[in-house]
Write a protein that binds this ligand. Structure first.
Ligand code: ADP
Ligand code: MG
Length: 699
C-alpha cells in the first residue's frame, strides 16, 4: 500500500500528483505519510481576547458580537465587527462578501471565531475569520490539534495548501490499516520505555487530539529513527571488528623509543599520553583500528599521530598522513621532518604540485618500500599511488574529506585495510559525534600543553580601527606577528577578493615598508606563491599576514599573537574558533580581535558573544549546533546520515543517548539479532538496508 503511486490517492490524480512530486518529492503514499506537519494549531481550547498578542499567530476565540458596521467607500469598503469576551474586545474585518456575511451574523449572539491575528494601527484584528455560532452543540464538537503542512505556492494553486494537504493526509490515514505500518520495535522495549506503538504514532503525529498525544507520537518516532541508526552503526562497528583483521603491531621498537628519548622536545601532556596508550592498545589488538581523536586546536594531535606512525614503522609498515589543504599538508611535512631530525625515517610529500620526475621518483620509492611516511593532500588516494606495505593511515581535519575519499584509503592497505586514525580539530557536539562517527572509537585530548595562556577575545567595530592599529604596532614592536583575515565565500568571491585587496592596500599605507613587511595569501594564488609567503611569515620575515581562511586549519606560527578577523559576522562559529586557534600557540599572551560593522543580526551577535565568552571548543560546538542546526555544522553537509525525518540532534540528545545505550545492550546480548524477540528489528533493518548502503562500508 505504501508504495502505491501518489496520483492514485483519492483527491490527487495526475496533475496534483505531478505537483507533489516536483514540489515536495512525494511520489508514493509512503512519502506522503512521512510529510510531517511543521506545526499544529491548537483548537482544543479557546483563547481569551487578552491573549491575542502575536501577529500572524492563529487564535480561537469565543465571544459575543457587539457591533457590525460597514465602513468606507469603494475599494476600501469593509465590514467591521466587534467581538467581546470577559477580557476585552477585538475587531473582525471583512473586505469581501460583505452583504452575505452581514446577513448571516446577528449582533448579540455568541460566536466561535478562528483566524490569524494582524496588527493594524497598533491594534490586533482578525481578517476573514472562520466564524460559527456558539451553541450547546458547536461548543461540544471535538476540537483538535490541526496539523499545518509545509506547502508551496504552486501546490496552493492546485488546491494543496496546508488545508488541502490536511485533507489528503486524512484520506490516506483512513485507507491504511495497522498491517501497513507494522511494529518494528520489540514489545519489551515499547513497554520498558513507554513508547507509543508505531501505527498509533503515525496517526497521532498527523492528527493528535491534544498536546500529550502529540508529544508521545513525536517521542516514539524520534526514538525509532535514532535507535535504528545507532543499531546500524554499532552493527557495522561489530562486524568490522569481526571481519577485518588488523595488522598486529606487536612491538614498540627503536624508532619510537629513540624518538621519544632523543627527539621529543617536550613532555607529553597526560591527555596525550592517555591517547597514545589507547592507540597502542588498538594497534596491538589484531583488530583493525578505526579511531577518532578529538582535540581542541593546539592540543597537540600532530605529535600523537607521529608516535602512532612510528609504531607502524617499527613493525615494518608504512604510514601516511592526509591533510585537506596544500598549506596544511606542507606544514605537517615540515613539522614532522623537523621533529624526526636525523632519526633516519624517510618522509615524502605528495600533492598536485609534485609532478614529473620528482613525482615518479617518489612513487617508485614508495612502492619499493624505501619511503616510510608519505604526507600530502588528497593526491594520496589517487590510483597511481601504491604503497609497499601501508599499515596506518592518518587523516587530519577529517571533516574536510568526503566519505568516498576516506573509503579510498581503505583500499591502499597491504591486503588488509590499514589502521585508520582520524583527527578533527573542530570538536563536535556529543550527539553529532555519536551519529557521524558512531562506528568509531573516540579518544579525546582535553588538555592543552602547559604554559599556554588562553587567547583573549575582543569585539570591536569600525570606529575603533585606530585603536586596533595602535595595538598592532605595539605588538609588532615587541617582536610579535599579526594575522588579518578576510572572509572568502564562493558565492561572493569577486567582491570578497576586492575587499581583501583593498584591506591589504590600506594596511600597506598604515604599515609602510621598510619598517613593516606584509604577506598576503589567498586561494587564487599559485600554490608556490602561497607557500613562499607562508614561509616568509613563518620565518618571521614579515610582520603581518593578510589572508583568507586558507590559513584556517592547522597553520602553526607560535610567534603570531594577534588574530584580527575582518567582517567577523560573516564567519560561522567553528570557523572563528579555528581561526582563533592560529594564535596562542606560543607562551606569549595572544589576542583575537573580531571586527564587525555596527549593525548585527541577533544570531551574529550571539556567535560573537559566545566566542568572547569561552575558549572551550566543545562549548562552542554545542552553541553552533544550537544556533545553526545540525545540517549546517561544518563537515556535515555531505553526510546523509544526519538528515533526519523528525529527530533533531540539537534537541534530542537525551533520546539519542538512550537509543544508543539500548542498541548497545541489545547487540551485546544478541549480536546477530537472532532471538525471537528481535525478529522485528531484523526485518526493519533488512527492509531499510538500501538507504543505509552508502555509508555502511566507510570508516
Ligand atoms: P593541533 O592539535 O591543533 O593539531 P598541534 O599538534 O599543531 O595541535 O600542536 C600545537 C603546538 O603545540 C605545536 O607547536 C606542538 O609542537 C606543541 N605541542 C604539542 N604537544 C605539546 C606538549 N605536550 N608540550 C608542549 N608543546 C606541545
Ligand atoms: Mg593540527
Amino acid at each position: 500500500m505504501l508504495d502505491t503511486a501518489i496520483e492514485y490517492l483519492k483527491g490527487v490524480g495526475p496533475q496534483r500528483g505531478e505537483a507533489l512530486k516536483r514540489e515536495l518529492g512525494i511520489y508514493t503514499f509512503g512519502d506522503l505519510l512521512l510529510h510531517f506537519p511543521f506545526r499544529y494549531i491548537d483548537r482544543t481550547r479557546f483563547q481569551y481576547i487578552r491573549e491575542v498578542r502575536q501577529e500572524g499567530e492563529t487564535y480561537q476565540l469565543k465571544g459575543v458580537l457587539r457591533r457590525l458596521d460597514t465602513i468606507g467607500e469603494g475599494r476600501s469598503k469593509r465590514l467591521v465587527g466587534l467581538l467581546r469576551d470577559e477580557t476585552g474586545a477585538l475587531e473582525l474585518v471583512w473586505f469581501q462578501g460583505l452583504s452575505w456575511i452581514e446577513r448571516s451574523l446577528t449582533i448579540g449572539k455568541s460566536y466561535i471565531v478562528y483566524g490569524r491575528a494582524s496588527l493594524f494601527n497598533g491594534r490586533f484584528n482578525i481578517a476573514h475569520p472562520e466564524i460559527e455560532e456558539f451553541t450547546a452543540e458547536s461548543g461540544q464538537t471535538p476540537r483538535t490539534f490541526e496539523p499545518v503542512y509545509p506547502s508551496s505556492d504552486k501546490l496552493a494553486q492546485k488546491g494543496l495548501d496546508a488545508r488541502g494537504l490536511r485533507r489528503l493526509m486524512r484520506s490516506l490515514l483512513d485507507l491504511l490499516t495497522p498491517a501497513d505500518l507494522p511494529e518494528n520495535l520489540p514489545d519489551s522495549l515499547l513497554s520498558a520505555y513507554r513508547l507509543m506503538p508505531r501505527w498509533e504514532a503515525f496517526q497521532k503525529i498527523h492528527f493528535p487530539e491534544n498536546q500529550r498525544e502529540l508529544e508521545a507520537a513525536r517521542r516514539r518516532l524520534k526514538f525509532e529513527e535514532l535507535f535504528f541508526l545507532q543499531l546500524r552503526l554499532l552493527q557495522i562497528q561489530r562486524r568490522r571488528k569481526d571481519s577485518y583483521q588488523g595488522f598486529v603491531f606487536e612491538r614498540v621498537g627503536e624508532y619510537f623509543h629513540r624518538f621519544y628519548r632523543e627527539k621529543l622536545p617536550f613532555e607529553l601532556t597526560n591527555a596525550q599520553k592517555r591517547v597514545v596508550r589507547e592507540i597502542r592498545a588498538d594497534l596491538g589488538s589484531g583488530i583493525q583500528m578505526n579511531r577518532l581523536i578529538q582535540g581542541d586546536v593546539g592540543s597537540g594531535k600532530t605529535v600523537v599521530a607521529l608516535l602512532a606512525m612510528l609504531i607502524a614503522i617499527d613493525n615494518g609498515f608504512q604510514a601516511c598522513l592526509m591533510a585537506p589543504t596544500e598549506i596544511l599538508a606542507q606544514q605537517h611535512y615540515n613539522t614532522i621532518k623537523g621533529l624526526l631530525g636525523d632519526l633516519g625515517v624517510q618522509v615524502g610529500f605528495l600533492s598536485g604540485v609534485v609532478k614529473g620526475k620528482a613525482r615518479r621518483a617518489l612513487l617508485e620509492a614508495l612502492t619499493r618500500g624505501a619511503m616510510h611516511i608519505l604526507i600530502g593532500t588528497h593526491a594520496l588516494i589517487e590510483e597511481s599511488v601504491k604503497f609497499h606495505r601501508l599499515g596506518l593511515a592518518v587523516i587530519d581535519e577529517q571533516h574536510r574529506f568526503g566519505v568516498e575519499q576516506r573509503a579510498a584509503l581503505w583500499a591502499k592497505g597491504a591486503g588488509r585495510p590499514p589502521h585508520i586514525l582520524v583527527m578533527t580539530a573542530t570538536p563536535i557536539p556529543r550527539t553529532l559525534a555519536m551519529t557521524l562517527y558512531g562506528d568509531l572509537d573516540v579518544s579525546i585530548i582535553d588538555e592543552l600543553p602547559p604554559g599556554r595562556k588562553p587567547v583573549k577575545t575582543l569585539h570591536f567595530t569600525e570606529q575603533h580601527r585606530l585603536r586596533v592599529q595602535g595595538f598592532m604596532r605595539e605588538q609588532i614592536a615587541q617582536g610579535r606577528q599579526v594575522y588579518v583575515v578576510y572572509p572568502m565565500i564562493e558565492e561572493t568571491e569577486k567582491s570578497d577578493l576586492l575587499n581583501l585587496m583593498s584591506g591589504y592596500e590600506a594596511l600597506s599605507r598604515d604599515f609602510p615598508p621598510p619598517q613593516y613587511q606584509i604577506s598576503i595569501v589567498h586561494g587564487k594564488m599559485k600554490p608556490a606563491d602561497k607557500e613562499f609567503e607562508m614561509q616568509r611569515f613563518a620565518r618571521g620575515e614579515t610582520h603581518i599576514m593578510v589572508a583568507t581562511t586558507v590559513i584556517e586549519v592547522g597553520v602553526n606560527v607560535p610567534n603570531a599573537t594577534v588574530m584580527i578577523i575582518e567582517n567577523a559576522e560573516r564567519f560561522g562559529l567553528s570557523q572563528l574558533h579555528q581561526l582563533r586557534g592560529r594564535v596562542g600557540r606560543g607562551s606569549d599572551q595572544s589576542y583575537c580581535i573580531l571586527m564587525t560593522s555596527h549593525k548585527l543580526s541577533a544570531d551574529a551577535r550571539e556567535r560573537l558573544q559566545t566566542l568572547v565568552r569561552t575558549n572551550n571548543g566543545f562549548e562552542i560546538a554545542e552553541a553552533d549546533l544550537r544556533l545553526r542546526g545540525p545540517g549546517n555544522i561544518e563537515g556535515t553537509q555531505q553526510s546523509g546520515m544526519i538528515r533526519f525525518l523528525i529527530a533533531d540532534l540539537a534537541q534530542d540528545g537525551p533520546i539519542l543517548v538512550a537509543a544508543r545505550e539500548i542498541a548497545q545492550r541489545i547487540l551485546e546480548a544478541d549480536p546477530e539479532l537472532k532471538a525471537p524477540e528481535h525478529r522485528r528489528l531484523c526485518e526493519h533493518l533488512a527492509a531499510t538496508s538500501k538507504e543505509a548502503r552508502l555509508w555502511s562500508r566507510i570508516s
